[in-house]
Design a protein around this ligand. Structure first.
Ligand SMILES: O=C(O)CCC(=O)C(=O)O
Length: 281
């Protein structure tokens, strides 16, 4: 696979306010594995997320890592599963239109919150690249209905945008998790029996420029990556990961964010930690 970050295709985009997410947008997500919903959130909701960022960085997020690579001016910060302790994140997840934008895409009678993820690449965090990976490799989950809804908080030009291997979610092959900090070392929960993400695939690589409030949605089996941030300004996103009704817990080793000790192998994901947010009556 492209170790380079050249994108030769664009990601199909839809107006988030068209009221027809269940139509063409869902079809495109099924086919390509990723879509962009333009204008999903206005500045008032982005301000709520920014309030949450201030709290998370000030210590409210229990799972926060801040990395500064040698030779980089900027740091790379990420926080997982902060919604329980960071009230503005909670408000955004439960009170904005987010669940109603995502639910029709999943084709599921239920929509379950899995976790939130904040990612900030400061100005000139040049080497803070994200290696090719699929989100599902990190999860102790069987099934395919897992989506990442990734909201851009800044203008993200093509040069620092996420790249996706179009259609790589289908069939849903599971690859070995790679270490984000050092892709040449083994990730601590990697399953060595799984193949590494393949290289030299002759598949279109898609990307798109994003404005603040645009939201990418992709399946957890999609292969994707991102370059470091060479811009002279922040490049941040807040994402929320959701589960549909075919997902069960498989007990594989994983980070605490993805584990609930009340679940046993084969269980449907129903717990306080992973609440059901929408349900058909
Ligand atoms: O924005 C990035 O650099 C990486 C995001 C990503 O890969 C993810 O959230 O799964």
């Amino acid at each position: 696979m492209a170790e380079s970050y050249e994108a030769n295709h664009t990601i199909q985009s839809f107006d988030a306010n068209s009221g027809d997410i269940a139509g063409d947008a869902r079809t495109a997500l099924e086919k390509d594995g990723v879509i962009c919903l333009r204008g999903a959130f206005d500045s008032s909701w982005l301000a709520v997320i920014e309030e949450g960022i201030i709290e998370a960085l000030a210590g409210a997020s229990a799972d926060l890592e801040i990395v500064k690579r040698e030779n980089d001016k900027g740091r790379f910060s990420f926080s997982s599963g902060a919604w329980r302790s960071v009230k503005p994140f909670q408000r955004f997840i439960f009170n904005s239109s987010l669940p109603d934008l995502v639910w029709p895409l999943l084709d599921s009678p239920t929509l379950t919150l899995f976790y939130d993820f904040l990612l900030i690449k400061e100005a000139h965090s040049d080497s803070a690249l994200t290696p090719w990976h699929q989100d599902h490799s990190y999860y102790p989950l069987d099934g395919t209905k897992v989506v990442n809804s990734w909201v851009a908080l800044d203008h993200i030009p093509l040069e620092s945008a996420l790249r996706f291997l179009i259609g790589s979610h289908n069939p849903p092959v599971l690859y070995r998790a790679v270490d984000f900090d050092n892709p040449n070392t083994s990730y601590r929960h990697a399953r060595s029996e799984l193949p590494l993400p393949p290289i030299d695939m002759d598949i279109p690589v898609a990307a798109t420029e994003l404005q603040p409030g645009d939201m990418l949605v992709w399946w957890s089996h999609m292969l994707h990556c991102a370059p470091g941030n060479q811009l002279p300004r922040r490049r941040a996103a807040f994402s929320v990961n959701w589960l549909g009704d075919d997902i069960t817990y498989n007990g594989q080793p994983a980070l605490d964010t993805y584990i609930d000790s009340s679940l046993s192998r084969g269980d449907a994901i129903v717990s306080q930690k992973f609440p059901v947010v929408r349900k058909v009556n």
